[in-house]
Write a protein that binds this ligand. Structure first.
Ligand SMILES: O=C(O)CCC(=O)C(=O)O
Ligand SMILES: [Fe+2]
Length: 346
């Protein structure tokens, strides 16, 4: 009598790796295109900025947009700041982007950086530039430099406030509309520790060989997560709800002699560089007359030289879910973009 054996699997089994917590800077650098810097600001500045942003956050709003046939609301509050430009950058045209459009909707003019944000930004720019010097650069990265010759500078910041355990942001990669391809984004955390989750989008050509792994990075008060070039093209990120969080006890009181109040809030500030070659006048508009958004083709990405990006209608996010079918592949030469790292004289 023969023993029945199960048929051999048609395709080899690929190991599903369990989520991995990256609790040190070395682990973050080993597994992701990001770097983690703990104690980034002088402790008193981190604390002053935390209090200033908590006060501001009462006026921040929940983003709303149309998804399929209903309005969804982001489960956290958010806002947007532009840097005061005195002597920093003569090109103010990017401000129009910050000013008028967010999620396909016209917005109020942005607030300017608070003095504490300006102070923090200078420390952050120093660390980001140091890190960028150590890294291989991608051909489509911005190839210009700031007035002080730095490689990277911030001219805008998006802020988020997550209160309690349930406030969160879902998996996404940041829109590249005004950032251009391969941006560097510097993300500062203040207050309660929350998990920053990263998961690679495996290119279609590799899905039979490997699965994506989920990485959890606990972001503590006064830490900086730099999402280096290729993070937005290769990974999605989120701040998931958590079953529990530790209350944050600020190391300094608001005013001398007053008791410290514990907080259940996390403040996040992402410092970004809006590229002059991606200013609003240069963003294609769709048939609805609204600036389109730029997204990378994450599933079919190549080697950094042949990557594809497309402009798509985003009007539907605001307009009762009704957009047009506008869709166009970005052509950097025809659209007159640059300079890029890979071609500094174009
Ligand atoms: O809060 C964070 O660390 C992430 C925020 C974020 O992903 C965003 O603003 O795009
Ligand atoms: Fe993001």
């Amino acid at each position: 009598m023969s023993i029945l054996k199960p048929p051999p699997p048609t395709s080899p089994q690929i190991a599903r790796l369990p989520p991995l917590t990256l609790s040190t800077s070395a682990l973050v650098a080993q597994h992701t295109p990001c770097t983690l810097h703990t104690s980034i600001l002088p402790p008193d500045l981190a604390c002053r900025l935390f209090y200033a942003m908590i006060d501001e956050s009462h006026r921040w709003e929940r983003n709303k947009w149309w998804l399929f046939d209903r309005v969804v609301e982001s489960p956290h509050r958010t806002s947007f700041y532009a840097r005061r430009l005195d002597g920093v950058d003569k090109d103010t045209s990017w401000q129009e982007a910050a000013q008028f459009w967010y999620n396909g909707k016209k917005t109020e003019p942005p607030k300017t950086f608070l003095p504490e944000m300006e102070e923090a930004c200078r420390y952050i720019e120093g660390v980001v530039n140091e890190e960028m010097c150590k890294r291989k650069r991608f051909p489509l990265e911005w190839g210009g430099s700031g007035t002080e010759g730095q490689t990277w500078r911030a001219n805008v910041a998006a802020s988020n406030c997550y209160e309690g355990t349930k406030e969160s942001v879902g998996f996404h990669s940041d829109q590249l509309t005004y950032l251009g391809p391969y941006p560097t984004i510097a993300s500062l955390s203040l207050g309660t520790t929350r998990i920053f989750r990263l998961r690679e989008v495996v290119p279609t050509a590799e899905t039979k060989q490997r699965h994506a792994r989920t990485y959890n990075v606990p972001l503590t008060h006064n830490s900086l997560m730099i999402m280096h070039a290729s993070t937005q093209e290769r990974f999605k990120h989120s701040i998931p709800p958590q079953p529990t969080i530790d209350m944050f006890r600020p190391p300094f009181p608001r005013t001398y002699g007053v008791a410290v109040e514990p907080s259940n809030c996390r403040i996040n500030i992402t410092f970004r560089f809006y590229r002059p070659d991606f200013r609003p006048g240069k963003i294609p508009r769709c048939k609805c007359g609204v600036p389109t958004i730029l997204r990378p083709d994450m599933k079919n990405r190549q080697d950094g030289t042949e990557d594809k990006y497309w402009w798509t209608c985003y009007a539907g996010a605001q307009n009762d879910g009704k957009g047009c079918n506008f869709w166009k592949v970005m052509d950097v030469e025809a659209e007159g973009r640059g300079p890029f790292v890979g071609c500094l004289d174009c």
